[in-house]
Design a protein around this ligand. Structure first.
Ligand SMILES: [Fe+2]
Length: 326
């Protein structure tokens, strides 16, 4: 019989799932697919569109310090070296579409959940992999689908905040749902008095209520984690309501209802669906801009994207292997 993924799921958790934050045990830490060797291969395999490499300030919560970095043609090993010594956050999104091992893992995760939580029927599940530096952080933000964070290597602290005003401003959530801004939202240091902080170690996962704002700080070691995302009919109705309200607001209306059923909801849902299917929403979305490139020899693992390339044994011009800056 194969090992269960959830190692610690008392029956009463079924009534908490999706409504309250849960910290659960899992059996995935230590698998070969999370070794340095496997991660290096994955970095070289995933399409660039699924590989977001970012750097950030060590302290503070200024979203303007969240900068995208180019892999600059480096090998997976070189990127991992930069992660070990620098301050980087690598997010490989939807790798279940690239690697069959992750596809199988994702399928098993949700198969088990649907047995453990009667009535939980999810679709459009996604799996991402995070590789991040000692002391790296992710600023206060909210995500759009239902989600989980699974710790595999290292240790991090995760703060989860209430998913309601003033911690989650309605207009900002609508903009995030519409893709008109990234997931970062307004943060005030006093919000921390109302957060619940969790230390997450290998073999533990967190699941929290929809759109719950959160921020993350690694302890002083490299971290490897999985993110999972899913939709349910209920989550999709929330999405349609926020999307529809955001569209109305964008053209000067002031939406009065946040209901996810009834007479005010369905026309809004139809409008949101028609708009998102038309592809027009992509034209209003934000664009990522590369400002740095990875360099394992730089103190923080990155250099400005237009900095000159300096020769190294790995890209010695005499050997004819000088890498371009971007
Ligand atoms: Fe997140």
């Amino acid at each position: 019989m194969r090992n269960r993924i959830f190692t610690d799921f008392p029956a009463h958790n079924a009534s908490l799932w999706g409504r309250h934050t849960l910290k659960l045990g899992h059996s995935l830490a230590g698998l070969d697919m999370f070794s340095d060797e496997s991660l290096a291969t994955l970095i070289e395999t995933v399409p660039a569109s699924r590989l977001a490499i970012t750097t950030m300030a060590a302290t503070g919560h200024d979203n303007r310090n969240w900068k995208y970095c180019d892999r600059a043609g480096l090998s997976g090993r070189e990127v991992l070296d930069a992660v070990k010594k620098g301050r980087l956050w690598i997010n490989m999104s939807s790798i279940h579409e690239v690697d069959p091992y992750f596809a199988t893992l994702l399928e098993r995760m949700y198969e088990e959940l649907e047995v453990l939580v009667p009535g939980f029927n999810s679709f459009k599940q996604r799996l991402g992999l995070l590789i991040s530096s000692p002391d790296a952080q992710v600023y206060y933000h909210c995500d759009v689908p239902g989600q989980g964070l699974w710790q595999l290597r290292g240790k991090k602290r995760v703060w989860i905040y209430p998913n309601a005003e003033p911690f989650l401003r309605t207009e900002e959530l609508e903009r995030v749902v519409r893709g008109a801004q990234e997931e970062e939202i307004t943060y005030e240091p006093w919000y921390d008095d109302h957060a619940v902080a969790f230390d997450l170690e290998p073999g533990q996962m967190l699941h929290w209520p929809l759109n719950g704002p959160h921020r993350v700080k690694n302890y002083d070691m490299v971290n490897v984690s999985i993110t999972t995302e899913h939709w349910t009919p209920e989550l999709r109705r929330h999405f349609a309501m926020n999307y529809g309200n955001g569209m109305l607001r964008a053209v000067g209306w002031r939406p009065r209802s946040r209901a996810t059923s009834g007479a005010s909801f369905w026309p809004k849902a139809a409008m949101a669906l028609a708009w998102s299917k038309s592809g027009m929403q992509k034209k209003t979305g934000f664009k990522r801009r590369m400002e740095y490139r990875i360099d394992p020899r730089a103190p923080l693992g990155v250099l400005p994207i237009d900095a000159p390339v300096t020769p190294s044994p790995a890209n010695d011009p005499k050997a004819g292997k000088l890498r371009p800056a971007a």
